[in-house]
Design a protein. Structure first.
Ligand code: FES
Length: 390
């Protein structure tokens, strides 16, 4: 793995003075050594095929190898890390620091699963498993990809770390600036967890890039990044936005017809090499930008809060016509299986037996399912007394 020239914790403020850049150049390079924890901002990084060195090389998993992330365990965003010559140090406000040394790892093969990709990773240490088990509140293990991840992604012809699906995520600073102009809240880059931030462009210029070169590395811009509920979690407090921001604002100008919300671009590196903060971004090839309908000027009718009764698998509780079914069930102590919390995985799919819900068309719903009464608890909102079963 490469030498890190300097590092700092990724500031939750995530702001950059983009005016000082007169051409596109890198303003931030960020890594997230353990999937879902706070990032570290670097002045330079070695780019590997599987992503930046040290990025998402660790992942918390349940005892069946299924990923455990901050989507369901928001407190993970409060875990910080620092790189050391022989490993990592991890900190969490209510715990002693965890010192992870590569030489202490058990390195037994463990089957794991990231968004349906089954592959072999490696066990780390009992101390690491215990440290994360305390924070998550259920038995989990910390896994390591090894120097080279075994996860081969046929679709993009490369191997990938524990990242969601692609080795790198790139966002322009001006995209965040535009979001902040439109949103009632001020958002930070840390909410979007990019690896590379580019300053000195028009907002969302990256949507129109196909191939770029930074320093000695050529990158292919593969597809827009679909954003999930994790963007609504405050990286400092681990609290979810009650107004569902920034997704609510993004849905008015960055949503496609199926309701997917996009911010930033997934990227793969075509060769290995060094990139540095301040490196120019050369656009080698452009492509047509995706078109998202702008509905921000549409009048939004505020609906009056109404008390309703919700029944989930026979358990009844009081709810309202404004929160998602999943949030309201959890507040009432009623369990519903969930995972991505953003309409992508289908884990929370239920059948509506009676009543009315507002169910947007999400990727996890197959054609015709809405008409059959299928709903996703994570993104449907009950509008009357409802009965649902899974
Ligand atoms: S939890 Fe994944 S679709 Fe609802």
């Amino acid at each position: 793995m490469s030498k890190i020239e300097s590092e700092q914790q990724l500031s939750p403020s995530g702001t950059v003075d983009s005016d000082k850049y007169t051409f596109p150049q890198i303003s931030q390079i960020n890594i997230y050594p353990v999937k879902s924890i706070t990032g570290i901002s670097l002045s330079s990084s070695w780019v590997e095929q599987q992503g930046l060195s040290f990025d998402r090389r660790f992942m918390v998993a349940d005892m069946n190898g299924k990923m455990v992330t901050a989507r369901d365990n928001n407190q993970m965003v409060r875990i910080k890390s620092a790189l050391q010559a022989n490993g990592l140090v991890l900190t969490y406000p209510e715990s002693d620091p965890l010192h992870l040394s590569f030489s202490d790892f058990m390195m037994e093969e463990v089957s794991c699963n990231v968004w349906g990709d089954e592959f072999q990773a490696y066990a780390t240490s009992e101390a690491a498993n215990a440290w994360f088990t305390y924070i998550i509140g259920k038995k989990v293990q910390l896994l390591f990809t090894g120097e080279q991840s075994n996860r081969q992604r046929e679709k993009i012809q490369t191997n990938v770390s524990f990242a969601d699906g692609y080795p790198l995520l790139l966002v322009s600073q001006s995209a965040l600036d535009e979001l902040n102009q439109r949103s009632p809240k001020t958002h930070t880059m840390a909410q979007f967890r990019p690896n590379i931030v580019v300053a000195g462009t028009k907002a969302f210029a990256e949507d129109g890039w196909k191939r770029i070169k930074i320093g000695e590395v050529e990158f292919e811009i593969v597809k827009p990044c679909a954003r999930c509920v994790l963007t609504t979690v405050n990286p400092e407090t681990a609290m979810r936005s009650e107004q569902n921001e920034p997704l609510k604002t993004l849905s008015t100008f960055r949503a496609d017809e199926s309701g997917g919300i996009f911010f930033g671009q997934n990227v793969i590196a075509k060769n290995e090499g060094m990139i540095r903060q301040g490196d120019k971004v050369m656009v080698l090839e452009s492509k047509a930008k995706e078109v998202y309908p702008d509905t921000s000027g549409d009048a939004i009718e505020e609906e009056t809060l109404k008390a309703i009764t919700i029944s989930v698998n026979g358990y009844m509780f009081d709810g309202d016509n404004q929160g998602t079914l999943l949030d309201q069930a959890e507040q009432a102590g009623v369990a519903i299986t969930s995972s991505c919390r953003s309409g992508l995985c289908g884990a929370c799919k239920m059948t509506l037996e009676s009543g009315k819900v507002d169910q947007p068309d999400m990727p996890a719903l197959f054609p015709g399912e809405i008409e059959e009464g299928k709903v996703l608890a994570c993104c449907c909102v009950p509008k009357s007394d409802v009965e649902l079963v899974d």
